[in-house]
Design a protein around this ligand. Sequence first.
Ligand code: FAD
Length: 449
Amino acid sequence: MADRLHIIGGGMAGSEAAWQAAQAGVPVTLHEMRPKVATFAHRTGSLAEMVCSNSFRSDDSEQNAVGLLHWEMRAAGGIIMETADAHRLPAGGALAVDRDPFAEAVTARLLAHPLISIEYEEITALPDSGNWIIATGPLTGSGLAQAIAAEAGQDSLAFFDAIAPIVHFDTIDMDTAWMQSRYDKGETEEERTAYINCPMNREQYEAFIDALLAAEKTGFKPGETAGYFDGCLPIEVMAERGRETLRFGPMKPVGLTNPHNPTEKAYAVVQLRRDNALGTLYNIVGFQTKMKYGAQKSVFAMIPGLQDASFARLGGIHRNTFINSPTLLDDQMRLKSKPHIRFAGQITGVEGYVESAAMGLLAGRMAVAEMTGTTLPPVPQTTAMGALIHHITGGAEAKTFQPMNVNFGLFPPVIAKGGRKGRQVRYKMYTDRAKADWQDWLGLREAAE
Ligand SMILES: Cc1cc2nc3c(=O)[nH]c(=O)nc-3n(C[C@H](O)[C@H](O)[C@H](O)COP(=O)(O)OP(=O)(O)OC[C@H]3O[C@@H](n4cnc5c(N)ncnc54)[C@H](O)[C@@H]3O)c2cc1C
């Protein structure tokens, strides 16, 4: 009989990790602080509570990356997907869930499992020995958060995400934008062309500021408030401080020459920086914002070069505890400095119910493999699971690491025979490839043959 696996946090990730481990024959103790200790967002004492929207987003496994993640989790016997399917509400192509019966059912199934015991207690220190998964989510209890910060370093644990919007590279109009670092700084050609620059003339800049000031914004929730720290002011707050503030801040036009129009100096420049090793995603530098999503799309479409941009994620600022996974975790989601501890869920820097549960599924399986002396092959990066774990444990830029939803920009590009194909065809190629590789990884195709 294998040792016991301890999991801290019975949310989306912890519940899924517990289920995967117990189904594989490993005894689990799940430590959950609610209902004894509350958070500002949870309302109940149930495991796997959906704290805000009741949607698992698109269920289209052919054309959508989160739909593909649903498919992969179903194929792996995930409790979160199975229970969500059982409590599905009508919502077109999305998977909406009847939240209370869903959370109650996950709780009941885990409580009834002969290999799972649940301890209702808050854990406030890092365990010294044993096999552990920390899945305490965006609202990790403060004692444990402090212990993580003490182990990992204050700079490696964030309490807010200040997310700048992330754009799919292949939707940027490079006939308008160009690649250049300010003053051509850098030792290599790659460094000298590290940024994408989108130029604005005076008229365009003034119209952009007007749109920023007029855009609809969201406020902080009660209990979530934070004084903005100067390094990450939302762009609309900068614009409120003065019409020229952005031109002297993230949009300053200095040190750059537009090769499409070398004689005219831009009045302001929006810069984008590479966001992943594949070079398929770029973030807009310094553009964290509290504008509503609809407003972001229309305001950012005013940026020359981004008029047709598609966004891997939009900007935001939220209460969110997460670690700098690319520097702290190995490819098995273990803390490098204390490898008996794994991390899973939103605290690893993925974003969303489904992504969090997905990382719980992998962490549970990886813990089981280690505890039973078997070796799991690396999760293929061509799958939604693999794209996510690869991103957080190495593919993302550690310096600018911010929470990420699953999206096709995290996948190695598909090579289409006969040249570039339309989006629908490409997405189907991504998802076909992912499904085959995921089944291989699970051993399902071999078993069926
Ligand atoms: C306010 C808010 C709104 C959100 N809205 C959405 C949304 O609409 N859609 C979406 O997809 N995602 C949303 N998210 C993001 C995120 O996907 C969810 O929070 C998701 O539940 C994360 O899963 P998790 O398992 O990592 O964490 P959680 O589901 O939060 O689970 C963590 C669990 O750990 C417990 N815990 C924490 N610290 C300790 C401790 N020290 N000891 C013992 N137990 C502990 C908590 O009580 C909790 O049950 C939101 C996040 C927040 C904060």
